[in-house]
Write a protein that binds this ligand. Structure first.
Ligand SMILES: [Zn+2]
Length: 313
């Protein structure tokens, strides 16, 4: 972590302008060329059975970022114009980070054997702004991946909110009183998802279904990916599931949450997967494949979240 002195808002914007003026800064080329093993693992992880990638020797476009990921212990030499801004925001107490936008544009397939090079352009800093998570700055940058022939393969606009987490509160309150504080992370409820959250309030785990072909889908969306019908209905799931995958979240701090906590992908017998917290289970007993059962947890006076507890095996 940087020990730099906190900058004023004006100084942060000056630094942002300076970084933007650098234009596009090329990073270190990918450690490995586009290769079959990584593509194969990606396809398996995504459940993508389209044979076109391995047949034609091209990478799925959404893998663009994969090729140039810095790994768990990045070396300091590969600095991008974004790093100084992030360090300055951290030094100013804006230590929270949440990604808000990611828009990718694909120019052409990356082919087996090509080694991609990322180039980063810092494009803007907006703030300080008040958000539900706290006061923060929105930082936006653009990464373009180039092949050795200098052709752009893909690019990505990325925006994060760097926010100042509310000061930790003493855990002295009685639970009943603590519940009255609004939980800071509210789900985005819209026309596509309202039925799901109404179900949660009633203790029902509702899964969207196509009104025409009956296919279940989660997360909810406007169109059936199978028959393109816009007709929607839902079914109530049994509430059972098995843990398909999970991570243990240690860092960064999340408002309203006490790390470490488990974020799981739960496979339902109905045939869809859903993301949720696994609770009431010691971390070292969390296992892929473990049976789970949905539980409904009040987060404050209004919000209930579905979570998952160990179930009968
Ligand atoms: Zn359908």
């Amino acid at each position: 972590m940087s020990e730099a002195k906190p900058m004023t808002d004006e100084e942060l914007h000056e630094l942002a302008d300076k970084q933007a003026a650098l234009g596009e800064v090329r990073g270190t080329p990918a450690p490995d060329p586009v290769n079959v093993p990584m593509i194969r693992h990606w396809l398996a992880a995504m459940g993508d059975e389209n044979p076109v990638y391995l047949d034609k020797g091209v990478a799925p476009p959404a893998m663009a970022q994969v090729w140039t990921m810095q790994g768990l212990r990045p070396t300091a030499k590969d600095r991008s114009p974004v790093d100084d801004i992030m360090a300055a925001l951290n030094a100013g107490g804006y230590t929270g980070v949440v990604a808000t936008n990611c828009e990718q544009t694909y120019h052409r397939y990356a082919r087996l054997g090509e080694r991609l090079t990322p180039a980063t352009r810092f494009t803007g800093l907006a703030g300080p702004k008040k958000t539900a998570l706290g006061v923060g700055f929105f930082a936006t940058w653009n990464v373009t991946w180039y092949a050795e022939d200098d052709e752009p393969v893909a690019e990505m606009l990325f925006r994060v909110l760097k926010f100042r987490p509310p000061a930790a509160k003493a855990p002295a309150k009685a639970p009943a009183e603590a519940l009255k504080e609004p939980y800071p992370l509210r789900p985005a409820i819209n026309q596509d998802t309202a039925f799901f959250w109404e179900g949660v309030q009633k203790g029902e785990l509702r899964i969207q279904s196509c009104a025409d072909c009956g296919l279940l889908r989660h997360p909810p969306g406007p169109l059936c990916p199978h028959c393109r019908s816009a007709g929607r209905s839902y079914t109530v799931a049994s509430g059972e599931g098995t843990l398909y995958s999970y991570v243990v979240h240690h860092h960064p701090p999340v408002p309203g949450r006490e790390p470490p906590f488990v974020v799981g992908v739960v496979e339902l017998p109905e045939g869809v997967r859903i993301v949720g917290n696994v609770v009431d289970c010691p971390l070292d007993e969390v296992r892929i494949g473990m049976p789970l059962r949905v539980t409904y947890r009040p987060m404050d006076d209004e919000l209930v979240l579905p979570m998952w507890t160990p179930g009968e095996s």
